[in-house]
Design a protein around this ligand. Structure first.
Ligand SMILES: C[S@@+](CC[C@H](N)C(=O)[O-])C[C@H]1O[C@@H](n2cnc3c(N)ncnc32)[C@H](O)[C@@H]1O
Length: 159
C-alpha cells in the first residue's frame, strides 16, 4: 500500500528528484546502493530513522546498521532519530505493556530501548540542543507545556 502511494505521489519535478526504495532496514548496504543512484553522498544529506530501529530487535545489529548508514554520509550531514524508550519516568513501563500486546497480536515485532542504548546511535556525532529528549520536548512551540512521551528523539550533526 505504501509503495502504491509512493509510485503515485513521490514523483520528481524540475526542482529536484524524489525517489523511494523497497528495502529492508536490516540490509543497509542495499539501501545505500539504491539510494546512491539518486542521492549524492558526497554532499550533506539528512538521514531520518524515525520509529525504524525499534523493528530491529537485536541491539548490536541496530547499532551496526546506524553506524553503516552514518558512515556513508558526508560531513555536514545530520541524523534525525526517534526510538521508543523503556525509561520508567517517561512512561516506559506502560509502553512495554503496549508492546507486549502488539507483539502477541501483530507484526512485525517491536522493541523499546533504554536512554543509554538510544544515545549510542549518536556516537561520534554532535547532538544539537536540546540533545536527546522525549520527542514532545524537542523544541516545543512557544507557550506550550507538552507532556512527556515514551519516545526519545534527537538531531545530530556529522562534523
Ligand atoms: C512507526 S512507522 C514510522 C514511519 C515513518 N518513519 C514516520 O516517522 O512516519 C515504522 C515504519 O517502519 C517500517 N518497517 C518495519 N520494519 C521495517 C524493516 N525491517 N525495514 C524497513 N522498514 C520497516 C514499517 O512498515 C513502518 O512503515
Amino acid at each position: 500500500l505504501v509503495l502504491a502511494h509512493a509510485r503515485a505521489l513521490l514523483t520528481s519535478a524540475p526542482d529536484g528528484a524524489t525517489d523511494y526504495i523497497d528495502a529492508d532496514a536490516h540490509d543497509p548496504d542495499t539501501i545505500l546502493r539504491i539510494a546512491g543512484q539518486t542521492l549524492d553522498f558526497g554532499k550533506p544529506c539528512a538521514l531520518m530513522l524515525l520509529g525504524i530501529l525499534n523493528f530491529v530487535l537485536d541491539g548490536a545489529e541496530a547499532q551496526s546498521i546506524t553506524r553503516r548508514l552514518v558512515q556513508a554520509l558526508a560531513p555536514g550531514s545530520i541524523l534525525i532519530l526517534t526510538h521508543p524508550t523503556t525509561e520508567p519516568e517517561l512512561g516506559g513501563d506502560l509502553q512495554l505493556e503496549a508492546m507486549e500486546f502488539w507483539n502477541t497480536n501483530a507484526t512485525p515485532p517491536v522493541t523499546a530501548r533504554s536512554s543509554k542504548e538510544i544515545a549510542q546511535y549518536f556516537d561520534g556525532l554532535t547532538l544539537v540542543e536540546p540533545e536527546l529528549v522525549s520527542c514532545s520536548l524537542w523544541r516545543p512551540g512557544p507557550g506550550t507545556e507538552p507532556e512527556v512521551v515514551p519516545q526519545l528523539g534527537g538531531v545530530a550533526l556529522k562534523v
